[in-house]
Every structure is written in structure tokens, then in C-alpha cells.
Design a protein around this ligand. Structure first.
Ligand SMILES: Nc1ncnc2c1ncn2[C@@H]1O[C@H](COP(=O)(O)OP(=O)(O)OP(=O)(O)O)[C@@H](O)[C@H]1O
Length: 909
């Protein structure tokens, strides 16, 4: 039996159970099988925590103590054997000397070793007995980890994987760390061995580097450098989405992709480049051109800039090795031959000047933005302001305190320093002169994390280091990470600018920067959004200017770029054409030379595999249709709204309605944001309620539906939001809920995107709506009372605390509501409890009262469940396309009849 949350009583019970199973455990032979339950059971007293019943079809009981001793004996035997083998090998290899050494070593450390081994064996055996079957020694160690964390909540166990990647391993208990240390040291030694000059492939000719290596074609498993262990996160799920592993990568052969990257592409199953990759890689790698790339959402733009950066770094390394061989100037100084020397004071001036300027700019633009939002967010439901994507500037001391608690960077930190000794920790792997070679700027923190993972995935057979520098995570840890001098940094502008201002050693000389990427460029350079970006770009284009730097500017809506809010453009009647908009963008980014423009976007800007639909309704009806859709079409669904408060309200409502949604917005702690993203990517059927912080770039696999609870304010946002589904040639569905307030925005978007056809209406089974409305209305009542109460409590507690701090008597008039009326409070609580119970009952009933008449098992022995008519039977997409065909037929049949009638009349005449 599975329960939602164990109360302490149950926990005690379960530990008792565990004790029992430690003595007598089961050997699982068959499968766990879910048993359908009468839904009314869920609302019965005392069974609130019940989630489901599962039956184990086949098993046998085993005595785990016996199993443990048996396993321990076998292990001992095995160890003895291997020891003997090693000793005899050692004797053969190094003869007498080794013999003496082994004896000496044996004398001094043998007893301690034996003890440790005994302990270890006991532990391993015990673990094997808990999970009988074919548990290997490795499995047992995994089990050990699991048992250690047994008492930890699901949250903490997942934390560690939240933002870790190949280069950022998880934080582990110290024992595990030691094991890891040794492992990683060994790996490191192996890599170093393999990276010795004589073993390296001939790197002189670029053509040889870019050819598809035989190894990759024939056996891509055989690799020169050990890939780092993959950890679980939403990006890895996307990157391992392909069924084909070790793909033939000959389709990449003319694109100048480095051989190590080809190996990685092969292992990821990326057999051929996407169109944007095929068209950008040669000009970027071979011709080192600046790139302006526009291609639809989910078309693989990340690798279109990621691969050229890796190539550039690998080339730079070869060059620096060559230069070192020739005893020339150190590589880091080469660029400065034709660049003015960097004067620390100039940098200080530049940072001070540009920050002052950016602050004033931000003020000015901020007002414009506020004005725009004020005018557009009048919806009563949305109790709050609209949010900025990644408000990076505000790093209070409080935030940093929070950062320390967040743990996200803890993961990174551990990964970076795990296997090094204290002295090595501070030592940058690429030498103390290793400059920053690649910088990727993204508008949101989550996107930065994702881009890092994508680059790491294709750089896994190189030892290129990447790091993320984003707000919401501990600054101190990011500083330490930068000390390792990673070649690539993926950053959001605010935090990066902070670290530049404080002159972090790795960021003081950005003239060495070889590649600069502005991802989601149209958003990034939108005036007033990233004041720090302006300062950064100004610095890169003046004191830190490098004429050899290559710039990449990418977005799915690049050619739709606006230099200022549309409303102002319209006011000033400035009709900028595509070309001009791009020129403005280029100027701001600092692209001086003629760039290669690759525009693969369609006229409609959205993806062809996306089915767009809409529902027109009153504002109050949106909740009904949203709940209807979520019940009727379970799956991975992202629900977007324009403000944080709207998301908060929807979250409370859907929680009350038992839909277990996951919220995501900029007012959440960074750790929770990442955790929710991961959970969303893990669950097959799940709802992510989000603001536009998740609109751009996020690549969560298999998102089936995108619902625009409110129509976005710009066409770009519509394109990006919708682009979270229907990615990488997959099908997807988007649905707009259009209330009276949204009509203007909808028309604007429709016009801008030049849609030829009318968006189809989303088909609704109106016979369900009565039940849906009943549930939602009751949930809304509960939410309203709870929301009101929580605000009241917040308000009153603030005043009480303030009065206490000031040591003054609090005037009761300052408190809202019946602050001191405990009876009324109790009464209200009772009422809410009653409403919740009633709602639970409603939810347990079938949506169609007349369809399921009995609560008892049917003749087939199956229990009837309160399914929606199409839930799990027909997908939203199928339903829409069937409805489309029906509509077509409807139009077609009368005209056919008309034609027939006409023909008949003609014949008669
Ligand atoms: N050559 C390839 N073959 C197969 N899959 C690929 C290839 N290149 C990228 N992908 C996968 O396609 C998905 C989308 O890639 P990516 O996130 O780079 O798209 P994007 O164009 O940047 O999207 P957006 O505009 O939304 O940011 C990712 O899961 C990525 O791993």
C-alpha cells in the first residue's frame, strides 16, 4: 500500500516492518501490479493518505541472515582469489623487490586492513540480503548510499542532482567522497596519460581533425577519454532522449566538427545535424564568421553555437602547445601584441562609468516597462505585478544567506573540489594563465544551467571546463569555481557583472575571449531588461575589445526583434523593417564585420508540428476550462500566465482540486525552481504552472501541451511559450484561453504572426462542464477563504512584530478582520474543513454521473473509476484533428448535397 505522506505513527510502523524484513525478506520474482480502487475509498475517514494498492504477482521468502552470511563468505572467497592473483602478478612483474615491498606493506597495515575489509564485507552482505537476487557488489554500494539517505526526505535526495552535471558531481557523504576521490584521481591520471603529446592525434591539419574518425564509425565505444558520469536532471533526460545510441555520424563529416565532439554526438545518438547546425557550423568553424542565427524553437540552436566554441578552444590549446614548444610568449599574452595593455584602473573606471549609466538607463526604461505593464495587467484575478524574467541585479546580503542554504551551488562546489587535495583546489586545471575563451549569456538561470549541460554533453570527451555564473546561487562558491579558470562560462548578465565589478581574476582580462554568445538575443538586448548587459557589451567593445572575437547571436524570434516596446513604436509610427531591426541588434551586440545570417524561421514563426487552438470564454470561466483540460488530457502540460500572483492562485486552486501542480516563478528560491523543473521532467503526467521565466529555451522532453492561461503580451513570447512543446520534430498542442481582456493581445499576435488560417476552437465535451464547475466553484471558495486568511495573518503578524520591536501598544484598529475573535476563527476553520470534505467527495464521484452507476466491481472484476470520457483514451491532438475533419465534412457535405440537387434539377430541365 502506498501512502502520500507518512505520519510519524506510520513511520514507526514501517521501521518495524523493515526490522522484520531484515530477518525475512522477499525475493521479487514477478512484478508489482496496481489494483484499481473504488474512488470513494479515498475519501473515507482514516484513509486520506492512501494513494494506491499494489500487488506483487510472484515472490519467494528468504532468510536474509543466512543470505547475508552466505554472501559474505562468497565475497571473502572472491577477495582472497583476487588478492592471490594480484600478488602472483606482482611477483611476475617486479620480482624480488615487489615481493619485499608487499611483505613490508603487509606487516604494517594488514590487521587494520583486515578489520576494514571484514566490516565492509559485513555491510555489503547485509545490503545484498535486503535486496536479494542478483545484486552485485556495485549494486550493494548503491544500496548503501540509499540506506544512508533513508531518513532524508525525497527533496534532499533530489537536491543533489538538481543542477549537477558531468562536471559537477553531487554532494555525497564523506565516505563516498573518499571513494570518489580515488576514482576520480585514477580517471584524471588516465586522462593525463592519454593526453601526452605522443599519443595525441596529429592536430596540425584542420582537415584531419574534422574528418569522421574511423573509431566513431566502427566502434564508438572505444574512446580515448573517459566520459564523466551522467547525473539525473531534466537536461540529461532530453539529451538521452534518442533511442539510437552510438549512431553513425558520417552525416556531420563536412561540418568541421572536432573528432572528440563527433564521438560525443555519436554516443548521444545525434546521427545527423539539424538544419540550423548544418548551415551554421561551416561558416562558424571554418570561416570563423560572426553568426546571426534564427531558427524555430527546439531546432538545436544550442549546439549550433556550442560546437564552434568547443572547436575554438581545442584549436587554441593546440596553438598554445605549439607556442610553448617553440618557446614563444605564453599563449595568454599573444593577443595583446596588437591590443592595448589592460590597465586595472581603466577597468575600474569602465565598470563604474557603465554601471552609473546603466542604472540611469534602467530607470528610464524601467518606467516605460512599468507603464506598459500597468496598462495591461488590470485583471482582477491577477493579484500582483508582472514579473521580469531573471531579476539579476538584486543580490542582497539576505539573498546570499539564502544562497548558502539553497544548496544548488553546494553541488557544483563539491563537484569542482571533490577529488583534489586542498592545495590542488585552488589550482586552475588549465594553468594560472588560462584565459576565459567562451562566454554564453542567457536571459534566465534555468536556461544557463541547461546550456551548460548541453555543452558539457558534447564536450564530454574533451577536458574543457564549463561553469555557470547566475543569480540566486551562492556568490562565494561561484567565485571559487571561477578560480579553476574554466574555459567557458555560461552566465546571466547580473551576477556576471557583479563578479566583473569586483575584479575576479578570471574576469579581469576579457580581451582573450574568443567566442561570445548572446542566446535569446532579442530578449537580452530589449532595452531596460538587462542593464548589466549593456555595461558588459560596452566593456567588451571598448577596453576589452578583441578584433578576433567571434560573436554568435541566436533566437527563434531574432527576425522579429524590436528595439523598443511595440506600443511606443506604433506611437512614433516607426515602421522598422526586418533588416533594420537586425542592424540595430548587431550594433548593440557589437558585431562589426559582416556576419553570416542564417534565418530558418517560417512566416508564422511557430513550429509546423505545433497544433494551435483556442477557447473563447469569460475570465471567470478560464478555471473551468483549465481544470477540464487537465482532467481530460493527462500528460506533461505547461500552463503559462502573465503574473506571479496568477500562478500562485492557480497553484492553490489546483492543489485544492488534487491536481498536484508544480509552480515556477521568479519569486521562488532558485533551488525550488530547479527542483520543480526536474520533477516536472520526471513525471509522465504533470502540470507546471509558470510565468514567462520558463518561456524561453527550456528543453524539457515530451511536453505535450502548452496552455496560455492568459494571452501573452507579445508575439515573441507566444512563439517561445508554445515552443516548449512540439520540439525536435515532435508533435505538440497549444491552447489559448482568451477572455475579454485578452482579445486585443490575441488579435495583435495573430496579425504579427500572419496566420492565414483561423486558429481552431478547442473541442469541449459540454456534458462534463456541470460537474467541473461544481468542483471548481467549491475549490475557489476554499481558496478565497484560505488566501484571505493568510493575507490577514501576514498583515497582522507584521504589525504585531513591529509593535513589539518598537515597544509600543498596538492599536487594534490597525489589524484586519476579527484578529481577536477566536470563536469566529474556529467557526471558519470548521467551515473550510467541511467544504474540503465535500470537495473530496465530489472529486471521488465520476464526472458523468449517469455513466458509472455502481461503486462495486463489474462482472469483469474491475472497479469503475471516475474517468473523464477521453482521459487516457484519446489525446488532445487526436481529438482536435478529428474535430477538424468533422468540421470540414460538415462544410463539405451541404455543398455536395447542393451540387447534387443542382445536377438533378439540370437533368430534369
Ligand atoms: N543533431 C541533433 N540530433 C538530434 N537531436 C538534437 C540535435 N541537436 C540538438 N538536438 C536536441 O534537440 C533538442 C532541442 O535543442 P535546443 O534546446 O538546442 O533547441 P533550440 O533551438 O535552442 O530551442 P529554443 O529556441 O526553444 O531555445 C534538445 O533536446 C537537443 O538535445
Amino acid at each position: 500500500m502506498k501512502t502520500k505522506k507518512m505520519n510519524p505513527k506510520n513511520r514507526r510502523l514501517s521501521s518495524g516492518l523493515r526490522k522484520q524484513t531484515n530477518k525475512q525478506s522477499i525475493h521479487v520474482k514477478g512484478n508489482w501490479k496496481a489494483i484499481d480502487l473504488d474512488p470513494s475509498l479515498f475519501s473515507e475517514e482514516g484513509l486520506e493518505g492512501l494513494v494506491c494498492f499494489e500487488e506483487l504477482t510472484s515472490y519467494s521468502l528468504i532468510d536474509s541472515e543466512k543470505a547475508a552470511t552466505k554472501a559474505a563468505k562468497e565475497l571473502k572467497k572472491e577477495k582472497k582469489k583476487t588478492k592471490k592473483r594480484k600478488v602472483s602478478e606482482g611477483e611476475q612483474e617486479s620480482g624480488e623487490q615487489a615481493d619485499v615491498e608487499s611483505k613490508e606493506g603487509g606487516n604494517t597495515t594488514e590487521p587494520a586492513k583486515k578489520k576494514a575489509k571484514k566490516k565492509k564485507n559485513k555491510k555489503l552482505a547485509a545490503k545484498e540480503s535486503v535486496q536479494p537476487g542478483d545484486a552485485s557488489v556495485e549494486d550493494a554500494s548503491v544500496g548503501e548510499e540509499g540506506e544512508k539517505n533513508e531518513t532524508a526526505t525525497e527533496d534532499t535526495s533530489k537536491d543533489s542532482s538538481a543542477i549537477s552535471s558531468e562536471h559537477d558531481a553531487q554532494s555525497k557523504p564523506s565516505k563516498k567522497k573518499n571513494k570518489k576521490k580515488n576514482k576520480k584521481k585514477k580517471q584524471k591520471q588516465q586522462i593525463e596519460k592519454k593526453a601526452t603529446p605522443e599519443e595525441k592525434p596529429d592536430s596540425e591539419s584542420p582537415s584531419s581533425e574534422c574528418q569522421v574518425p574511423e573509431k566513431v564509425k566502427s566502434s564508438p565505444d572505444k574512446v580515448t577519454k573517459a566520459p564523466k558520469k551522467q547525473v539525473k536532471n531534466w537536461t540529461n533526460a532530453a539529451l538521452s532522449g534518442s533511442d539510437v545510441k552510438n549512431a553513425d555520424v558520417s552525416a556531420w563529416k563536412d561540418l568541421f566538427v572536432p573528432s572528440d565532439v563527433l564521438k560525443a554526438l555519436s554516443s548521444l545518438g545525434f546521427g545527423s545535424p539539424t538544419p540550423i547546425q548544418a548551415l551554421t557550423l561551416p561558416p562558424a568553424i571554418r570561416d570563423r564568421m560572426d553568426i546571426l542565427g534564427a531558427a524555430e524553437t527546439g531546432s538545436g540552436k544550442t549546439l549550433a553555437f556550442g560546437i564552434p566554441i568547443i572547436h575554438t578552444i581545442l584549436e587554441w590549446r593546440k596553438g598554445s602547445e605549439r607556442r610553448a614548444d617553440d618557446n614563444k610568449e605564453p599563449a595568454t599574452e599573444l593577443e595583446s601584441l596588437y591590443l592595448p595593455a589592460v590597465d586595472e584602473s581603466t577597468i575600474a573606471e569602465s565598470t563604474a562609468g557603465s554601471s552609473a549609466q546603466s542604472a540611469s538607463e534602467q530607470d528610464g526604461e524601467g518606467n516605460v516597462e512599468a507603464e506598459e505593464e500597468e496598462g495591461e495587467s488590470s485583471a482582477e484575478q491577477d493579484r500582483g505585478e508582472s514579473e521580469e524574467d531573471a531579476s539579476e541585479g538584486e543580490h542582497s546580503a539576505e539573498e546570499d544567506d539564502e544562497d548558502t542554504r539553497l544548496g544548488c551551488v553546494k553541488v557544483i562546489e563539491n563537484a569542482e573540489f571533490d577529488f583534489d587535495t586542498a592545495a590542488e583546489k585552488e589550482k586552475p586545471a588549465g594553468g594560472k594563465n588560462q584565459p576565459l575563451l567562451g562566454l554564453v549569456l542567457t536571459p534566465t538561470r534555468e536556461l544557463a544551467v541547461q546550456v551548460k549541460h548541453h555543452i558539457d554533453a558534447v564536450a564530454k570527451f574533451t577536458d574543457i571546463k564549463t561553469a555557470i555564473v547566475v543569480g540566486g546561487m551562492a556568490q562565494e562558491k561561484q567565485r571559487r569555481m571561477l578560480k579553476r579558470r574554466p574555459e567557458i562560462i555560461i552566465a546571466t548578465p547580473g551576477r556576471l557583472w557583479d563578479l566583473i565589478k569586483e575584479k575576479h581574476p578570471h574576469l579581469t582580462n576579457l580581451r582573450q575571449l574568443k567566442c561570445l554568445v548572446i542566446d535569446e538575443a532579442d530578449r537580452m538586448v530589449e532595452r531596460g531588461h538587462f542593464a548589466e548587459l549593456d555595461s558588459l557589451l560596452e566593456m567588451l567593445n571598448t577596453v576589452h575589445f578583441n578584433p578576433m572575437r567571434q560573436t554568435f547571436v541566436f533566437s527563434a524570434t531574432l527576425t522579429m526583434a524590436r528595439s523598443m516596446p511595440i506600443r511606443l513604436l506604433q506611437k512614433k509610427k516607426k515602421n522598422l523593417d526586418k533588416r533594420n531591426q537586425l542592424e540595430i541588434l548587431m550594433e548593440r551586440v557589437g558585431i562589426k564585420s559582416k556576419p553570416k545570417i542564417v534565418d530558418l524561421t517560417r512566416k508564422e514563426a511557430t513550429v509546423e508540428t505545433l497544433t494551435e487552438t483556442r477557447i473563447h470564454c469569460q475570465k471567470e470561466e478560464k478555471d473551468f476550462f483549465l481544470y477540464y483540460f487537465l482532467l481530460q488530457y493527462p500528460g506533461r502540460t505547461m500552463v503559462f500566465a502573465n503574473s506571479i500572483d496568477c500562478i500562485k492562485r492557480l497553484n492553490s486552486l489546483l492543489v485544492i482540486l488534487d491536481c498536484t501542480p508544480l509552480p515556477l516563478h521568479a519569486n521562488m528560491h532558485q533551488k525550488q525552481r530547479l527542483k520543480n523543473l526536474e520533477r516536472f521532467a520526471e513525471r509522465d503526467s504533470c502540470i507546471l504552472l509558470t510565468t514567462d521565466v520558463a518561456a524561453r529555451g527550456l528543453d524539457i522532453p515530451n511536453v505535450q501541451h502548452v496552455i496560455h492561461y492568459q494571452v501573452p503580451r507579445t508575439s515573441e513570447t507566444y512563439v517561445h511559450r508554445s515552443g516548449r512543446t512540439a520540439r525536435a520534430t515532435k508533435q505538440g498542442l497549444s491552447m489559448l484561453l482568451i477572455g475579454p481582456d485578452d482579445v486585443m493581445n490575441f488579435k495583435k499576435i495573430y496579425k504579427t504572426l500572419g496566420k492565414d488560417e483561423e486558429l481552431p476552437m478547442f473541442p469541449i465535451e459540454s456534458k462534463c462542464m456541470e460537474t467541473i464547475k461544481e468542483r471548481v466553484n467549491l475549490a475557489r471558495k476554499i481558496e478565497k477563504v484560505e488566501f484571505h486568511n493568510s493575507r490577514q495573518k501576514q498583515h497582522n503578524s507584521w504589525f504585531k512584530q513591529a509593535a513589539e520591536a518598537l515597544e509600543v501598544d498596538l492599536d487594534d484598529e490597525l489589524l484586519i478582520g476579527r484578529a481577536n475573535d477566536e470563536d469566529a476563527d474556529r467557526e471558519q476553520q470548521k467551515m473550510v474543513k467541511g467544504m474540503k470534505k465535500h470537495l473530496k467527495h465530489l472529486i471521488s464521484l465520476p464526472v458523468f454521473k449517469n455513466v458509472i452507476k455502481t461503486r462495486y466491481p463489474t462482472q469483469m472484476g474491475k472497479l469503475s473509476l471516475p474517468h473523464m470520457p477521453l482521459a487516457g483514451v484519446e489525446s488532445a491532438l487526436t481529438h482536435v484533428s478529428m474535430e477538424k475533419n468533422r468540421q470540414k465534412l460538415k462544410k463539405h457535405v451541404p455543398s455536395q448535397r447542393k451540387n447534387k440537387r443542382q445536377k438533378k434539377e439540370e437533368q430534369q430541365q
